[in-house]
Design a binder for this molecule. Structure first.
Ligand code: UD1
Length: 419
């Protein structure tokens, strides 16, 4: 297992290219199962989660290559059963359920396990597919779904914590081949859902309302193979935006989609950041001391839960009291205890972190518990006095392409070592 050794105190300065979006690429790769024809997907980040998804596609019988950010998939001959060993590694593997059911009329998927950011049910995915006429049984840890032909219907996808991203993806993919019209109410509006819809439309799907709370899908008989560029990763971009500010640096981010970063940009401007946007580039720095802020995570276009941990790290060193409330995954606070080991002063009340900004953090050995939490610890390490060792960085490798190399290229002192 690798670890990162970070020497704090070096401002990030220079230019960074933002990679393609992991959360967009994963369902788009799953969607290639909907057609027997070859698909070509560009701007795919080289991450362990992506490689797991490609293994799942291969296991299902698809031919797959991945070179220089381009994936070629041909799912001409596939079967419907996934392997537990692959599925348990990544929750996003659930999004092969909709495409398999639509294409083959059946699918067997191992239930994805829980994870450290809390219980992550799939009840809304299953309820949605049942509404389209699928029969679903859960046996020995497997979801067994069957439907000789899915039938379009009205599907309400709102849950206790708002809409569901992968749930919306699954139902939308299933509905592309259903008989008649499906309407998804309380759909997720995330840019990644929209990107998947654009991919499906190129394939020949009839979809309207993507990016809104109501998506309408008219089923078609056949989807064709197509070529697509995945959108930029807004969470990677947001993480580097925080990196620029926490280290007192000045970064130019290129190949990003600033329009997907409204809530993050707004929060950082409130905190005092200077942000200039020109086309698909952004310059970000702090011109004076930052101010404390209040943030609530919400579904898009609200502030993303995937940026909550990084903001906790930033606000730990901003004078005053910041408040960060988590409304999407209420238990997603594993990073707080590690930040506290570095000297942060944070109280957790229910699912709200109350952060008392301190003068400085101190380097310490810390443990990465999930993807975004690990990013937060690396960010904290950039500003901490002394050396921070972030263990278990396989979490960060799931979602950030070569983060250590990228950070080094703009002045960070960070080294990857074998544990
Ligand atoms: C996706 C993202 C993840 C992000 C999350 C929320 C991918 C691969 N992952 O995850 O990075 O943090 O959106 O923006 O795109 N829920 C239910 N029942 C369900 C499904 C979800 O109660 O059937 C709950 C979840 O527990 C959570 C909330 O709904 O509290 C939102 O989860 P959801 O949007 O489904 O997250 P994912 O799609 O799994």
């Amino acid at each position: 297992m690798d670890k990162f050794v970070v020497h704090g105190g070096n401002p990030l300065r220079g230019s960074l290219r933002i990679s393609g979006s992991k959360n967009s690429a994963l369902p788009i790769l799953a969607a290639t199962l909907l057609t027997p024809e070859p698909c070509i997907i560009h701007n795919v980040p080289n991450l362990s989660d992506i490689r797991y998804m490609l293994q799942i596609l291969q296991h299902l019988g698809a031919e797959v290559t991945f070179e220089n950010g381009t994936v070629r998939v041909c799912a001409a001959n596939i079967h419907s059963e996934t392997s537990y060993d692959l599925v348990r590694k990544m929750r996003a593997s659930i999004c092969v359920l909709g495409p398999l059911l639509a294409r083959l009329g059946r699918a067997t998927i191992s239930l994805p396990g829980g994870c450290v950011i809390g219980d992550r049910p799939i009840d809304l995915h299953l309820k949605g597919l049942e509404t389209l006429g699928a029969q679903i049984e859960v046996e020995e840890g497997n979801v067994i779904a069957s439907a000789p032909r899915l039938i379009g219907s009205e599907v309400f996808l709102g849950g206790k914590f708002g809409s569901t991203v992968l749930g919306t993806d699954n139902i939308m993919m299933a509905a592309t081949r259903a008989k008649g019209v499906t309407i998804i109410e309380s759909a997720a509006c995330e840019p990644e859902v929209r990107d998947l819809a654009e991919f499906l439309i190129k394939m020949g799907a009839k979809i309207q309302g993507q990016g809104t709370r109501r998506i309408e899908i008219e089923g078609v008989d056949f989807l064709r193979g197509v070529e697509h560029h995945v959108i930029p990763d807004r969470i990677e971009a947001g993480t580097f935006m925080v990196g620029a500010l926490i280290s007192g640096g000045d970064l130019r981010l290129t190949h990003l989609a600033p329009e997907h970063l409204g809530a993050v940009t707004n929060a950082l401007k409130q905190a005092g950041a200077e942000i200039k946007i020109e086309g698909n580039e952004m310059q970000i720095r702090a011109t004076g001391p930052l101010k404390s802020i209040e943030v609530i995570t919400e579904t898009y276009p609200g502030f993303p839960t995937d940026m909550q941990a990084q903001f906790c790290a930033l606000m730990s060193v901003v004078p005053g009291i910041s408040v960060i409330a988590e409304k999407v995954f209420p238990n997603r606070f594993m990073h707080l205890s590690e930040l506290k080991r570095m000297g942060a002063k944070i109280d957790l009340e229910g699912s709200t972190a109350i952060i008392h900004g301190v003068d400085h953090l101190g380097g310490a050995p810390v443990m990465a518990s999930d993807l975004r939490a690990s990013a937060a610890l690396v960010l904290a390490g950039l500003v901490a006095k002394g050396v921070t060792t972030v263990n278990r960085v396989y979490h960060i490798d799931r979602g950030y392409e070569k983060i250590d190399e990228k950070l080094r290229s703009v002045g960070a002192v960070i080294e990857r070592q074998k544990e």
